[in-house]
Write a protein that binds this ligand. Structure first.
Ligand code: 8YV
Length: 321
């Protein structure tokens, strides 16, 4: 059986499936696995399953037999695409299975920030609810407001559907290409980036991270937004110049934010974002439901097994096809 290494714990059923076809080892320690340890573990293997492993020349020099890196995530910004192309390494992700969970979570962040749900929860738990005066903790309505979605991919579509059909939001989106199918299905409208930023009450970025999108949101974008608007990021921290976001929040250029992702993760304890009451800070949990994480692991396992047994690999990322 081909040797594979699994760099994080996975459900027993997924492990059993891999065991049918592969001679496997699973990393049981803290994730991410330390780099030197990973280099050691991949010396003999043909397949690696990971969610955080950075695939570079240095890494591949330690994995001379490697055929496939199966990423347990939709995002694959950890892949150096040029290096993988040159060295003929298969790279896969887990598309589709997490879209609804991430969209639910994104709507949750929007509601949390707009209606101050986190603050209210904390207030009650601290035993402060003796009387709740009218006029305290007043939020902003989500329904009937305008949502601007930057990036209309699979997750963008699911957010657009919820916002438009469920929350009566006026949804505008910006994307490299028009998505007429989504416009028609959910009554959403394409807008240029400037118009979106200038008019939306809630702006959410749902783009993949790559050299073209890194730092796509910064000072200029926050300046264009309404002072009453909120900014959300459920995709990748590096899409946003985080220092510019901090300044925009400090200077009142925008009203608040909701973040599941950061430039550096885990976020540094002294990051000013963590002391701002108008910022919802979550620990990169968009896909984290039992069912979705199971489905992601299973999909990644199917990719891994196909890659090391010479079968057709279902989810090769588009840049490597
Ligand atoms: C995480 C994600 O990677 O799918 C993605 O791109 O960002 C998430 O699902 C998750 O932490 C995987 O472990």
């Amino acid at each position: 059986k081909p040797k594979v290494f699994i760099a994080k714990s996975i459900p027993a059923e997924v492990e059993a499936y891999i065991g049918e076809y592969c001679d496997y080892k699973i990393w049981e320690g803290e994730t991410p696995i330390p780099k030197e340890q990973l280099f050691h573990e991949v010396a003999e293997v043909e397949g690696l399953m990971t969610s955080k492993g950075v695939v570079t020349d240095e890494f591949l020099d330690h994995a001379p037999h490697l055929k496939i890196v199966s990423n347990i995530a939709a995002g694959y910004d950890t892949f150096d695409i040029e290096v993988m192309k040159r060295r003929n390494i298969i790279g896969t992700n887990t598309p589709n299975v997490l879209d609804d969970s991430v969209a639910d979570h994104t709507m949750g962040m929007i509601l949390m920030a707009a209606r101050k749900l986190g603050e209210l929860d904390y207030y009650v738990k601290q035993g402060k609810w003796s009387k709740l005066d009218d006029g305290y903790f007043l939020g902003k309505d989500v329904y009937n407001s305008r949502l601007g979605i930057i990036g209309m991919g699979n997750i963008g579509e699911k957010v657009a559907k919820r916002a438009s059909l469920g929350f009566d939001m006026d949804v505008v989106y910006y994307n490299r290409s028009r998505r007429l199918d989504i416009e028609e299905k959910y009554g959403v409208r394409y807008a240029e980036m400037d118009e979106l930023l200038k008019t939306a009450d809630f702006v959410v970025v749902l783009l993949p991270l790559n050299p073209a999108t890194q730092g796509i949101i910064g000072e200029n974008e926050f300046k264009l937004m309404k002072k009453t608007a909120f900014f959300f990021n459920s995709s990748r921290g590096k899409l946003v110049k985080e220092q510019d976001l901090i300044v925009a929040l400090q200077q009142g250029e925008i009203a608040g934010a909701g973040l599941d992702v950061y430039e550096v993760e885990p976020v540094a304890k002294d990051n000013p974002l963590l002391t701002m009451e108008n910022v919802v800070t979550l620990p990169h949990m968009g896909s984290a439901t039992e069912k979705t994480r199971f489905n992601m692991a299973m999909k990644a396992a199917e990719n891994l097994v196909a890659g090391v047994t010479g079968k057709q690999v279902p989810n090769i990322v588009k840049e490597l096809k």
